[in-house]
Design a protein around this ligand. Structure first.
Ligand code: CAA
Length: 259
């Protein structure tokens, strides 16, 4: 267990980290100090060569993250607000570029910066009480942690526009229908399901998992030809790893691979 002021970072299983935003009194709202803790936690996970999966969740049963901390944001100057947004964007980008898959376990409100944090993870599992939304316009601002860009990429332009300009929240089932979340589970099962998925991922060749994430992340902003060329390169590179020899040998010997 690593201790930070506003988050908890623990090993939830061998090779699986769980990061919990831990400010339940304010529904885990993200202030500057919490963003700094997130960055420090990412340093710990990124430097652990044995880490295979990162789970991200919120403390308590009511909220994943209810957004950026409005009481801290209220008095910011334009330049401070810009800097605050840039700082969060850079940290959220690190979830996307982390070597290992990151799964958001959304256990309640994922609003504003909370929805943006969840969308920066590789995929989302939601508890049945989850609520997703970008209510920033009701506060007289736009999203600032990537919502206008990641939401349309995930749910399509029209639904993203509806959410962004109305502030309407999606419940867990609607989020599932719209492709924002992969699965919905009863709240009491959310962590267990996250750990189950993490265990499945951790059994696979870690380099192949890492390359798969890198190909999706880097490929989605490229044209198909260049993106597929990048896939050929990394596919080829897999054949330089012991994981490939072990994985294929194990299949042919009808045994489980040991990575
Ligand atoms: N920032 C600061 N404090 C927050 C907060 C936030 N984003 N969200 C909730 N809180 C605080 C509340 O002020 C309240 O504190 P007190 O007990 O001291 O009054 C406490 O958390 C509990 O919240 P509520 O009493 O409001 O709980 P509720 O169940 O009645 O309502 C809610 C829950 C609908 C999530 C409501 O709290 C809410 O609307 N929160 C704000 C959501 C929001 O607008 N998020 C976007 C923020 S802007 C942003 O994120 C910009 C960006 O893109 C960077």
């Amino acid at each position: 267990m690593h201790s930070f002021e506003n988050i908890l970072l623990e090993k939830a299983a061998a090779n699986v980290y769980c990061l919990t935003v831990n400010r339940p009194k304010v529904l885990n709202a993200l202030n500057q100090a919490t963003l700094q803790d997130l960055a420090a936690a990412l340093d710990v996970v990124a430097s652990d060569q044995d880490a295979r999966v990162l789970l991200v969740t919120g403390s308590g049963e009511k909220s994943f993250v209810a957004g950026a901390d409005i009481s801290q944001m209220q008095g910011l100057t334009p330049l401070q607000a810009k800097r605050f947004g840039e700082q969060a964007l850079a940290i959220f980008r690190r979830f996307e570029t982390l070597d290992i898959p990151v799964i958001a376990l959304v256990n309640g409100f994922a609003l504003g910066g909370g929805c943006e944090l969840a969308m920066s993870c590789d995929f989302i599992f939601a508890a049945d009480n989850a609520k997703f939304g970008q209510p920033e316009v009701s506060l007289g601002v736009t999203p600032g942690f990537g919502g206008t860009q990641r939401l349309p990429r995930l749910v399509g332009r029209a639904m993203a526009m509806e959410m962004l300009v109305s502030g309407r929240m999606l419940d867990a089932n609607e989020a599932l229908q719209r492709g924002l979340v992969n699965h919905v589970y009863p709240q009491a099962e959310l962590m267990e399901q996250g750990l189950k998925m993490a265990a499945k991922i951790a059994k696979n060749g870690p380099t192949a998992v890492k390359f798969s994430k890198e190909l999706v992340q880097r490929g989605q902003d490229l044209d198909l030809e260049n993106a597929c060329a990048m896939e050929s390169d990394l596919f080829g590179l897999c054949f330089a790893t012991e994981e490939q020899s072990e994985g294929m040998q194990a299949f042919l010997e009808k045994r489980k691979a040991n990575f």
